[in-house]
Design a protein around this ligand. Sequence first.
Ligand SMILES: [Zn+2]
Length: 237
Amino acid sequence: MRSPFAILREIRRNSRRVERTAFDRVQDAGFVLFAFIAPLVVARMESLRVRETSETLVIARVFEPIDSRALQAREIAPEDRAKPWSGSVPMADVELVQRTEWRGWPLVTQHTAFATTTVATRTASCPASREAEALRAANSVFSRAQREVTADVTHNHIASWVFSSGAWWMMLSLALAAVLAPIKFGWFLYRRTRTVVRQSRIDRCHCPNCGYNAKHSILMGRCPECGSELYERPDVY
Ligand SMILES: [Zn+2]
C-alpha cells in the first residue's frame, strides 16, 4: 500500500510545469496586500456609510381630569393614539424617542444608541404655558417605565468586522482579476500571433525577425538584413 504522499509526489513529478506569469504574481501580491487593506476599508466605511433610525420607546398621554386642575399622565400603546378619550381632557402626547446611528458596510460594524429625548405634541386644549407641566407629568411615566437612556452608548460588532473585512478582501481581489483578465488575454493573443508569423517565415526560409528572404544566405546562419539568427525556433507558448 503506497502512502498518499508518495502518490502526490508522483503526480507532481509527472505533471506539466505550469509557468507562472507576471499576471499571476500581480494577482498573488494583490491577495496579500488586500488582506491588509480590507480592514482599513471597513474602518473607512464607518464614516462613509451612516444610517440613522429613530424609535419611539414609550408614549405618555397627558390629560386633565374633569374634577382637578393637576395634569396626569398614563402610558398608552401606539395603536391607542387615535382612540377617543372619555372622562378627561387630553392635553398632550409625549413620546420618549431614541435615535440610533448605524455605521459600516456591507454589515453594520458599529452603532451608537443616543440618549433618549422627549417629543411633545400638544392638543388644541393645551396652552403653550402648560407644556412644562405636561412634560413633568409625562416624565413620571417615563421614569416608571425605566426606558430612559441618559448617555450615548457605542457598540462595536466584532463578528461583522471579520465578515466585512473578508467581503472587502474578496471584492478587491475579484476587481483586480477583472482588470487583469483583458490585459492577460490581449497579451496571449499578441504572443500567439507573433508565434504564428515567425513560424510561417521559418517555413518559407525567410528571416523570422524581419521577413527577409534568406533562401540564399541560410548557410551564413545570420540574416544579412537584420543580423538575427536564422533557424531560430519560434517561441513555444
Ligand atoms: Zn532579418
